[in-house]
Write a protein that binds this ligand. Structure first.
Ligand SMILES: Nc1ncnc2c1ncn2[C@@H]1O[C@H](COP(=O)(O)OP(=O)(O)OP(=O)(O)O)[C@@H](O)[C@H]1O
Length: 255
C-alpha cells in the first residue's frame, strides 16, 4: 500500500499487562487518515496505556502500531517525524521558558532556526503564553503546562496528532482557540486522535469515536453510528454500565 493510502494509525493486537492485570487487551484499531478521532472510556479503561504504546512511548508486550505506513518501533524515526504527541504527564525541560522549550525542541527536530522562531512566536501567541514570556515552565500552572505541551506537539507540523486529554485544565478562551486550530488541521487533511472524558467535546469535534472499557474497544466507528439515536453520553453509559454492573451509590446518603 502507498503511504498516501495508509490509515493515520493502524493498531494491531496491542497488549500490555502490569503484573496480573491486563491493561490493554489485544486492541485492533484503525484511525482513518484525515479523521478527527475521539477515544473515550471510564477511568482506568486503558486509554493512556493504549495511546502511549501507539505512539512509541511505551513498549507493548505484544502488537504493533503503524503511523502513516511507518512502524513506531522498527521504523521509529519516520513514524515520529509524522507524529505530534501530547502525552499524559508530559515531562518538560522545567528550567526553560516556553519560548526556550519550543526553540530547543524545534532545533532538536532539525527544523530551520528561522522557521522555529516564527512558529514559536505564533504558537505562544495563540496559546496566550506571551505574557508569561519570562516565566519558567516549572512555575507554569497546570493549564499553561498543557498549552506549552500542545505547542510542542504542533511545532513540526506533523501529519498525525495524538493528544491525551488535551483540554484538561485549559481555560475556555484557550480551549476555543485550540479547537479552531485542530479543526483547521483536520480540514487540511491531517489527522487528530484525542482522548477525553468530556463527551460534549468529543461529539462537537470528532467524526469517529472508539469506546474503551477494561482494556478493550467495546464500540468504534463513525460518531453517528456509535452514538445511535441519543447523545454520545447516553451511548457511553449504556455501553459501560452493564459491563461494570452499575453502582448503588453512597448508603449514608439514602433517605
Ligand atoms: N505504570 C503502571 N503500573 C501499574 N499499573 C498501571 C500503570 N499504568 C497504568 N496502569 C494500570 O492500567 C490500567 C489502565 O490505566 P490507564 O492510565 O491507561 O487508563 P485510562 O483509561 O487512561 O484512565 P484515566 O481516564 O483515569 O486517565 C489501570 O488499571 C492502571 O492502574
Amino acid at each position: 500500500m502507498n503511504d498516501v493510502d495508509q490509515p493515520a494509525l493502524a493498531i494491531r493486537g496491542l497488549y500490555k499487562t502490569y503484573g496480573s492485570q491486563v491493561s490493554v487487551d489485544r486492541v485492533d484499531l484503525d484511525v482513518p487518515r484525515g479523521s478527527f478521532f475521539g477515544l473515550v472510556g471510564p477511568n482506568g479503561a486503558g486509554k493512556t496505556t493504549l495511546l502511549s504504546m501507539a505512539v512509541g512511548l511505551l513498549r507493548p508486550d505484544a502488537g504493533t502500531s503503524v503511523v502513516l505506513g511507518a512502524d513506531v518501533w522498527s521504523d521509529g524515526l519516520r513514524a515520529k517525524t509524522q507524529l505530534g504527541v501530547l502525552p499524559d504527564g508530559l515531562a518538560m525541560p522545567e528550567f526553560l521558558t516556553g519560548r526556550e522549550v519550543l526553540t530547543f525542541l524545534g532545533r532538536l527536530r532539525g527544523l530551520d532556526p528561522t522557521v522555529v522562531d516564527a512558529r514559536a512566536q505564533e504558537l505562544l501567541e495563540v496559546m496566550d503564553l506571551l505574557e508569561a514570556e519570562r516565566t519558567l515552565v516549572v512555575d507554569y500552572s497546570t493549564g499553561m503546562r498543557k498549552k506549552i505541551g500542545l505547542a510542542t506537539a504542533l511545532l513540526h507540523d506533523p501529519g498525525v496528532l495524538v493528544l491525551d486529554e488535551p483540554f484538561e485544565a485549559v481555560d475556555p478562551v484557550s480551549a476555543l482557540m485550540l479547537k479552531r486550530i485542530l479543526v483547521r488541521l483536520v480540514a487540511q487533511g491531517r489527522s487528530v486522535v484525542l482522548s477525553s472524558h468530556v463527551m460534549a467535546l468529543v461529539e462537537e469535534l470528532c467524526d469517529a469515536v472508539a469506546v474503551m472499557s477494561d482494556g478493550r474497544i467495546v464500540a468504534s466507528g463513525p460518531l453517528a453510528q456509535v452514538r445511535g439515536e441519543g447523545t454520545l453520553e447516553e451511548a457511553f453509559v449504556a455501553l459501560i454500565d452493564p459491563l461494570r454492573g452499575g453502582a448503588e451509590g453512597l448508603s449514608w446518603l439514602e433517605t
